[in-house]
Write a protein that binds this ligand. Structure first.
Ligand code: TYD
Length: 130
């Protein structure tokens, strides 16, 4: 199930600290990490689903919106703090947009990169989840 997850936050006068541990804060083992940055204003990333990959997405810096569709309904989440993120289960159509200047989207994935895991056509996605 799609889930907004509050991460640990260790407040400190020297600067705050947050962390993620696999199979603890997030329900999978991390196989890959990637990040999206330098997104020009108005651009959209994503617009696809994964057959197997589960992901966890954090706005490490700045803000952006993530629009998720589970095959039945669409929900929009705004990520704008580095101490929470969103768990995106497999078979979720996802789109990232409305990136602020200098925003940084950190994405933890349960699988290595594999183009065959992508569903890039929305109608195909709807058929696949049924
Ligand atoms: P893609 O996932 O399609 O980006 P978007 O966020 O727009 O959906 O990835 C863009 C390109 O980067 C694509 O050619 C595949 C490549 N890529 C990798 O090689 N390794 C990766 O881990 C990722 C996420 C993408």
């Amino acid at each position: 199930m799609i889930k907004l997850v509050n991460l640990p936050k260790i407040p400190d006068d020297r600067g705050n600290l947050s962390f993620i541990e696999e199979e603890s804060n997030i329900p999978f083992k991390i196989k890959r990490t990637y990040w999206i940055y330098d997104v020009p204003g108005g651009e959209t990333r994503g617009s696809h689903a994964f057959k197997k990959s589960k992901e966890f997405i954090v706005a490490i810096s700045g803000s952006f919106d993530i629009i998720l569709h589970d095959g039945k309904e669409e929900t929009k989440y705004s990520l704008n703090r580095s101490y929470y993120g969103i768990y995106v289960p497999k078979l979720t159509w996802r789109r990232l947009e409305n990136f602020s200047t200098n925003s940084l989207a950190l994405i933890l994935s349960s699988t290595a990169y594999n183009e065959n895991d992508y569903i890039r056509d929305f109608d195909e996605f709807l058929t696949f989840v049924k």
